[in-house]
Design a protein around this ligand. Sequence first.
Ligand code: ADP
Ligand code: ASP
Ligand code: MG
Length: 437
Amino acid sequence: MKVLKFGGTSVGSPERMKKLLDIINPNEKQIVVLSAVSGTTNSLVEIADCFMKGNKEKAMVATQDLKQKYEIFIHELFLKAEYLDKSKEVIDYHFNLISSFSKVVFSSVEEKIILAQGELISTHLYHLYLAEIGIQSVLLPALDFMKIDEDNEPIVDYITQKLVPLLQANKDCNLFITQGYICKNSSGEVDNLRRGGSDYTASLIGAGIRSQEIQIWTDIDGMHNNDPRIVKGTKPIAQLSFDEAAELAYFGAKILHPQSVFPAQKYKIPVRLLNTMQPDAKGTLITNDSERGSIKSIAAKDDITVIHIHSTRMLLAYGFLRKVFEVFERYKTSIDMITTSEVALSLTIDDTRYISEITRELSTYATVEIEKQQTIVCVVGDFNAEEHGAASKVLDALKHIPIRMISYGGSSYNVSLLIKTTDKVEALKSLHNRLFD
Ligand code: ADP
Ligand code: ASP
Ligand code: MG
């Protein structure tokens, strides 16, 4: 069985929703994972934010605005009165639920329920659309099988345990429609896999059912060799290894959710990145194989904070790094880049929730300096030390830009550099010219 995920723009209009049948084959067994209609999750974030700040009036206006968009949407999607009525009920149900939060004490529990409505609506509408045109499908509630643990880690075994029986109970059916992004947490509340999380859902389902292939259908023809939003003339990459794709996703290539490669990688399930607007384009195939000898792609991750830890005594004496890392572990803050000298250590984080506590603890044995608004630029490809020359090209391309940190040699397929965010656009363009033109 294949898993096909369609992103926000791929279900972004009634016309686009109808066009999905150019790609989905109703005669083949498939699990179809849908995102919310594009723009919806942003609107839901705004609505929840207004409720959280106590601005109920603004929340209700935004809720009505969004509802109106869906009222227009369903009139274009459905032809038969019966299905239009059913879809109206769906819209009313979800928007009444959102509106009902004006009457309660609003917390992060309600916030996450609001954020889940986009995927619940899009999947229900698509399921009804298929029914209207006579195609049988089963609507699988992701909240019944997608779960995260206390550390917000999805539980693949739980997915297998819960999802396989649901599929078996519907043996006669080919198409299974389900929500991306949403899940339950360890307290049984509605939660989500973070923004862009529908890719992660597809990969987790693929892993959970050991699917034959995972297809991520989006609005571009695969992973490009640089950020197409910033650099002109970027090109799709035909083939990437799981490690390379994971690195690019983690370091800012928005086409893939940062964690989404890992479940597929663990079970060696090929992932294809494909373009809904150009279904025949080859896209990118992600497998265990890596093509040797070339630089593949560049990505950048913003909102990085660098922490410089300077100690006058025996910084690198044994036990010191453990002491430093334990602080970050205690505050569940992961570190992206590290560089060391005899007396100083610099590291970067992107989650700054506990930065004051971390700084306070580190300050008991070192001088700590913090710099914000940094960007990690990540170049992925064959950096095998034997194939010398690749890393020097990267440095040469950035010779006019101050580089704050460099990470090279941690793996043979990546070089990461820390620069000021204000230098990012120039860095990406200059790297592109030097490495690909
Ligand atoms: P979806 O809604 O289908 O999940 P996203 O907007 O999350 O789509 O991801 C697709 C977008 O990712 C593209 O439109 C493109 O602008 C952006 N993007 C950023 N970096 C890359 C890259 N290296 N390759 C391809 N797309 C990229
Ligand atoms: N709808 C969610 C978002 O906009 C999840 C996704 O699209 O992948 O972030
Ligand atoms: Mg996305």
